[in-house]
Design a protein around this ligand. Structure first.
Ligand code: 6PG
Length: 247
C-alpha cells in the first residue's frame, strides 16, 4: 500500500465534522468487512470524538454497519479503572457501546492494572487479534501541544520502535497512560485525525504550515503507510488557508 498525501477536510462546524467523519468511518468499515470479513478500528479518547461516537450509534446511522463484524480497540487509556470518570473506555461505553444495536467485540486496555502490565497485556492481545496488516482504521484526536493518543512531546515513548504498546507517566498530567506507539499508528491502513475548536487553531497552523523538521511534534511523526485524513472544523482551521468542504 503506498503512502498518499494527507487529505484535509474542513467542515463549517463541529456537527458537520462529525457527520463527515462518521460517513468516512462507515465507508471504511463496510469496505474492510467486504474485503476481509472484519473491521479493526482503534478509537480515540478525550472529548472531541464523543459526538462522533454518539452519531455512529444513533438511530440514523447505527444500522449502516455490521457491528457484529467490528473489533473495537483503544489508541490509549488512562491508568484508571473502567468506571473512573477519566476512563476512555467509560466514555466509549456511554457514547457508543450502550446504544449499538449489535455488540461489537471490544478490546479495552485494562487501565486498572499496573501500567506496565496493562501495556504488556494489550500488546499480547494486539498480536493475537490483528493480522500483519494492522489496524484498518485508527481514530486520533490532537492535543493543543501536538500530542496524539498518549504520545506527548518529549516522551521516550516517541522513540519506541519495537513495542506496540507502552506505559508512560505524563508529568504535566501527573498521570499514567497506556498508549499505542508510532510504529503501530504508522502501520495502519487509514488514520483519521479529528480536530475541533478554536483552541486547536495554533497547533493546526503549526503542523500544516510547518516546514522545519527539527523537533517535530508527535503528530508530525505520524506518517501512516496508508491514508491520513484530517477532519477539522472552521474554528480549528481559522489560521490556515483552506477551501471548506460542503457541510
Ligand atoms: C486522550 C486522547 C488524547 C486526545 C487529545 C485531544 O486519551 O485524551 O487519546 O490524545 O485525543 O488530548 O483531546 P480532545 O479531543 O478532548 O481535545
Amino acid at each position: 500500500m503506498s503512502r498518499s498525501a494527507p487529505q484535509l477536510h474542513v467542515l463549517p462546524d463541529q456537527a458537520a465534522l462529525f457527520h463527515a467523519a462518521a460517513a468516512r468511518v462507515l465507508e471504511l468499515g463496510a469496505q474492510a468487512i467486504a474485503e476481509r470479513g472484519s473491521f479493526h478500528l482503534a478509537l480515540a479518547g478525550g472529548t472531541t470524538p464523543q459526538g462522533l461516537y454518539a452519531l455512529l450509534s444513533s438511530a440514523e446511522l447505527a444500522g449502516r454497519l455490521d457491528w457484529a463484524k467490528v473489533h473495537l480497540y483503544f489508541g490509549d487509556e488512562r491508568g484508571v479503572p473502567p468506571e473512573h470518570r477519566d476512563s476512555n473506555y467509560r466514555m466509549v461505553r456511554e457514547n457508543l457501546l450502550a446504544h449499538l444495536p449489535v455488540a461489537p467485540q471490544v478490546h479495552r486496555i485494562a487501565g486498572e492494572l499496573p501500567p506496565e502490565q496493562a501495556a504488556a497485556d494489550y500488546a499480547a492481545l494486539l498480536h493475537k487479534q490483528l493480522s500483519a496488516a494492522g489496524f484498518d482504521l485508527i481514530l486520533l484526536g490532537l492535543g493543543p501541544d501536538g500530542h496524539i493518543a498518549s504520545l506527548f512531546p518529549g516522551s521516550d515513548a516517541l522513540n519506541q520502535r519495537k513495542q506496540p504498546v507502552v506505559a508512560d507517566y505524563v508529568p504535566k498530567l501527573d498521570s499514567w497512560r497506556i498508549t499505542l506507539t508510532l510504529p503501530v499508528l504508522n502501520h495502519a491502513r487509514h488514520v483519521i485525525l479529528l480536530v475541533s475548536g478554536a483552541h486547536k487553531a495554533d497547533v493546526l497552523r503549526h503542523v500544516l504550515h510547518n516546514i522545519s523538521h527539527a523537533n517535530p511534534l508527535p503528530v508530525e511523526m505520524l506518517r501512516p503507510k496508508g491514508q491520513l485524513e484530517w477532519f477539522v472544523d472552521a474554528q480549528a482551521a481559522r489560521h490556515i488557508e483552506h477551501r471548506a468542504d460542503p457541510a
